[in-house]
Design a protein around this ligand. Structure first.
Ligand SMILES: Nc1ncnc2c1ncn2[C@@H]1O[C@H](COP(=O)(O)OP(=O)(O)OP(=O)(O)O)[C@@H](O)[C@H]1O
Length: 359
């Protein structure tokens, strides 16, 4: 799939900006703070309903503006075209698909964007939440029941936590229905995550062989969030007192995590910072390849500040591998990446939230 025309209003330093994107390589160049990342952020927002940058959602809205809006036409490989819109006014997000108000989940199902950016190394070095989000985005795009099941899980978790915190004695009649719901929804989510990671592994291995061959064979470890050999329902009952003293549910899919290890770097601490970034890139690219295989079309691939994140040899390896894919690519940088060489690209010069004419 590809984004054809991207129109942004009131996003960070961008007042009003329209980009007619190329179906292949698009390169956004400009000085620091010009707004290049904000364009990639807009594409990511359409496909995730959240930014890849940390911080309050309010800072996305241009200072002094009442709200922000992002519109794009998306063209799928089978020829279908949709108009996507995402807006935020005050604290509320509003999504539109072909002019109709829709739930954000319906919008992001239409739009697949993966992004490698300076914060991506948190996928390797950061907390488990970042890795669960990565995993769940992949599952969400292939498993239609994921979102309602996830909501059921969250609701049951909230109810169980408030019963635990209510201070009353643990009452089986009150806890049991929520624990059953948690266990039912949790087991589904766990199975979907496992099969997603099983499918991702060959792509992770392929990307690792391309970008980090010196680290040797890749292993993927998944921790579901409770002991592997037990049923979640049983664990929840057994841990009632402990969870009450802690004030929250300590086992379940909300505690899951996964990690990669390498033959020559068995622990994360064995990786240099640059290698951590490359491992994060391996994950992002593997997710794109798997998405392309499962959905039959490539997601848009965004590479923010590529030249400052990777050395020349790794930049060249990424560009070469993406040239073989029929993906739309958005790359940003303060300079056009030298490794693009003879690759045909559409260039945009971003200046303080505007497009400047190319010299
Ligand atoms: N809410 C806001 N209102 C107005 N301007 C904002 C807001 N939030 C961020 N900015 C400004 O918007 C710009 C965001 O730039 P962005 O991160 O997209 O730049 P960039 O071109 O990718 O820069 P770099 O090369 O430094 O990464 C910065 O100049 C920042 O100060």
């Amino acid at each position: 799939m590809r984004l054809q025309r991207l129109h942004l209003q009131g996003l960070r330093c961008i007042g009003d900006l329209t980009l007619d994107l190329d179906p292949g390589f698009n390169v956004l160049v400009g000085a620091n703070g010009a707004g290049k990342t904000s364009v990639l952020e807009a594409a990511f927002l359409l496909s995730h309903g959240r930014s890849f940058r940390a911080g309050a959602r309010d800072v996305l809205i241009q200072r002094g503006a009442a709200g922000l809006s992002i519109f794009s036409t998306v063209v799928h490989d089978d020829g279908t075209v949709h108009r996507l819109g995402l807006g935020r006014e005050g604290a509320r997000w509003e999504a539109r698909l072909d002019g109709e108000h829709v739930a954000i989940g319906d919008l992001i199902r239409e739009c697949a964007v993966v992004c490698f950016e300076p914060g991506s190394h948190a996928l390797i070095a950061g907390g488990a939440e970042e890795r669960r989000r990565f995993l769940d985005w992949g599952v969400f795009h292939v498993e239609h029941e994921f979102l309602p099941t996830w909501r059921r899980y969250q609701r049951a978790l909230k109810q169980r936590n408030s019963l635990l915190r209510s201070g009353s004695t643990l009452d089986d009649r009150l806890l049991s229905p929520w624990e059953s719901e948690l266990a039912r929804a949790g087991e589904f989510i766990d199975q979907w995550r496992r099969s997603y990671l099983d499918a991702l592994l060959p792509f992770l291995r392929k990307q690792a062989a391309l970008l980090l061959p010196e680290l040797g064979a890749v292993q993927l470890r998944y921790r579901p969030g409770w002991p592997e050999d037990e049923q979640l329902a049983t664990v929840l009952v057994a841990q009632r007192s402990r969870d009450q003293s802690r004030g929250h549910t300590t086992s379940g899919v909300h505690r899951a995590d996964w990690s990669l290890s390498f033959e020559h770097a068995p622990q994360r601490e064995h990786l240099s910072r640059g290698q951590e970034k490359l491992v994060a890139l391996i994950c992002v690219l593997a997710q794109a390849w798997l998405d392309a295989e499962r959905r039959g079309e490539w997601p848009v691939v965004c590479l923010d500040d590529l030249a400052s994140e990777l050395d020349q040899a790794h930049q060249a390896a990424v560009v070469q591998s993406l040239q073989g894919a029929s993906a739309q690519i958005l790359i940003s940088g303060t300079e056009p990446p030298g490794v693009l060489g003879s690759v045909s690209v559409k260039m945009f010069h971003v200046e303080q939230g505007y497009l400047a004419p190319l010299l």
